[in-house]
Design a protein around this ligand. Structure first.
Ligand code: KIV
Length: 291
């Protein structure tokens, strides 16, 4: 019998950095894929606000609401029992006040079944991170490219190409660590800067499009599986083309319905022959009586 994997804890994630063990993370937004990711033994499953785009079909992550994030979190947490679950705080769920940020982080844990939350933004949110951590909820930081505000301001651009931008990323990551973040996502940061940040921090860095020197890697599930039709970032590697496989399967089903090949006897339920005989006899009598 296969032994069940122990639940991954925040401490396990922090210790992996010291042990030189690369941290594996992937996004998931529903029951079936969270189950697959959990069985594949990912250390972290991130219920990212990217789910607003790849699963709910929004143009960006801006419109995603807390209610939608909680719904996706609940579905994922019903499936994933051993990966560490991180819920992504959506745009405007943590910016208005520290109180609102703590309340919304609490919803992820109490209602969504998450073990931690993630916040996009640099040192300007250190006080928010501190307040959530003080409330007892672990926080993952996210610096470099921050899609929630990038789409409003400057678009998707590699971060840390010049000295000024590099310094900002290093400072942001250090201040978030000082505020109590247990890990920091580095998104689309140059490899050199990601390496410096990784060496400077005692908590792990999780890279997405930030090169090989991060302590771990995260990718969006739909990019890995070829399930998102609109845009695939250059840093994402497609490991399967599930969209083609699903299209082919659906076309086969549709054809079999139109040609009458489906359903066959294998997918059909039959009556007990004696009961059928009785039914036919009764229906025959009924018909006679009516005539
Ligand atoms: O929402 C998300 O999927 C993310 C990852 C890109 C880290 O924030």
């Amino acid at each position: 019998m296969m032994s069940e994997r122990k639940k991954v804890s925040i401490n396990d994630i922090i210790k992996m950095k010291g042990a030189g063990r690369r941290i594996t993370a992937v996004t998931a937004y529903d029951y079936p894929f969270a189950l697959i990711a959990d069985k594949a033994e990912f250390d972290i499953i991130l219920v990212g606000d990217s789910g607003g785009m790849v699963s709910l079909g929004y143009e960006s992550t801006i419109p995603v609401t807390m209610d939608e994030m909680i719904l996706m979190s609940k579905a994922a947490s019903r499936a994933a029992k051993s990966s560490l679950l991180v819920g992504d705080m959506p745009f405007m769920s943590f910016q208005v006040s520290r109180e609102e940020a703590v309340r919304n982080a609490g919803r992820f844990v109490k209602k969504g079944g998450m073990n931690a939350v993630k916040i996009e933004g640099g040192k300007e949110f250190a006080d928010v991170v501190r307040a959530i951590v003080r409330a007892g909820i672990p926080v993952m930081g996210h610096v470099g490219l921050t899609p929630q505000t990038a789409t409003l301001w400057y678009g998707y651009k590699v971060q840390g190409k010049d000295n000024r931008s590099a310094n900002r990323i290093i400072e942001d990551a250090q201040e978030l660590e000082a505020a109590g973040a247990f890990a920091i996502v580095l998104e689309m940061v140059t490899e050199e800067v990601a390496q410096i940040v990784t060496e400077k921090l005692s908590v792990p860095t999780i890279g997405i499009g930030s090169g090989a020197y991060c302590d771990g890697q995260v990718l969006v599930l739909h990019d890995i599986l070829g399930l998102y039709d609109r845009f695939t970032p250059r840093f994402a590697k497609k490991y399967a083309d599930l969209s083609s496989i699903a299209s082919e399967a659906l076309a086969n089903y549709r054809n079999e319905v139109t040609t009458g090949k489906f359903p066959s006897s294998e997918h059909t339920f039959r009556m007990d022959p004696k009961e059928l005989q009785k039914l036919k006899a009764r229906l025959g009598k009924l018909t006679e009586a009516e005539v």
